[in-house]
Design a protein. Structure first.
Length: 279
């Protein structure tokens, strides 16, 4: 494919997100070799065996929880084709950069964020890229972004596909959190994510069960819409802990819609945050 077909000229080579998968990108490869490693102490992947379980919600709340504990925190949004992290934090401006690299955008409380939505001209534009290009972009989010944080959360794409595999292979993950929902399907889904992590020899911190229950607005009683105990059963088979059970809370959904996830109230991720601190 020619440079013209890739949508860039030779002078622009290596300057666009899509350059990651371009065979003509000699400039980017040479520059990456000279870059200093990211200033990150711990890298935590947040994964799920399927979509729709609230992985990005858990990632956002984990970042906020750790920030409230006084840590410098970042989020690498590796869900390239379905990025939702910027909206949760009310970030709509484009990321900027210079010869040193890209600067992550910062939320109102100082959480660093990098996502494809922060690079698009219009945040509603679809990302129509093939797998190798997406994998290259995720790697550039690690190597080319000027991170400076104690803890970096990586919001993975759902499933166990090539992007997740690329992250497992190319990022120095210190551990992963597996997000699941309490339906019967959770057993099989968790098994897939656990087995992939074991194959890649990545430590599993535990399981976070999202949409676990609904609190009655009148009496406060917990209503388990999908039943109880399924996540514990799946965790026990692999000697893992269920670190949190997060509720179905309309207030959380409203905060995300308003870009105010940092205002959420709740301590259900305390044990998960403790597990990250112990790394």
């Amino acid at each position: 494919m020619s440079d013209l077909q890739q949508g860039c000229s030779p002078s622009e080579c290596g300057t666009k997100p899509a350059c990651a998968g371009c065979s003509h990108n000699h400039n980017q490869a040479a520059e990456t070799a000279e870059k200093e490693p990211p200033k990150v102490r711990k890298v935590i992947g947040v994964v799920s065996g399927k979509g729709g379980v609230g992985k990005s919600m858990v990632t956002s709340q984990m970042a906020v929880t750790m920030r409230r504990r006084g840590y410098q925190v970042g989020i690498l949004d590796a869900d390239v084709t379905g990025p939702s992290i910027p909206k949760a934090f009310g970030l709509h401006e484009n990321a900027t950069g210079d010869a040193r690299g890209l600067y992550p955008c910062e939320s109102s409380t100082g959480i660093q964020v990098m996502s494809t939505n922060l690079l698009l001209e219009n945040e509603t534009d679809p990302v129509v890229w093939r797998g190798p290009v997406i994998c290259g972009v995720v790697q550039q989010f690690w190597t080319d972004v000027l991170w400076n944080c104690d803890c970096l959360f990586v919001d993975m794409p759902p499933g166990t596909g090539d992007v997740t595999l690329s992250v497992f292979q190319s990022l120095p993950l210190d551990g992963i959190l597996i997000v699941a929902s309490p339906q019967e399907l959770v057993g099989m889904v968790v098994e897939k994510a656990v087995k992939m992590a074991e194959m890649m020899e990545i430590p599993i911190l535990g399981i976070v069960e999202n949409m676990s229950y609904l609190s009655c607005p009148d009496c406060g009683k917990k209503i388990f819409l999908f039943g109880e105990g399924k996540s514990e059963e799946a965790a026990a088979r692999h000697d893992l802990k269920v670190l949190a059970k997060m509720p179905i809370d309309p207030a959380l959904a409203s905060l995300v819609d308003q870009g105010r996830i940092e205002d959420f109230q709740g301590d259900w991720l305390k044990d998960a945050a403790d597990a990250v601190e112990k790394l």
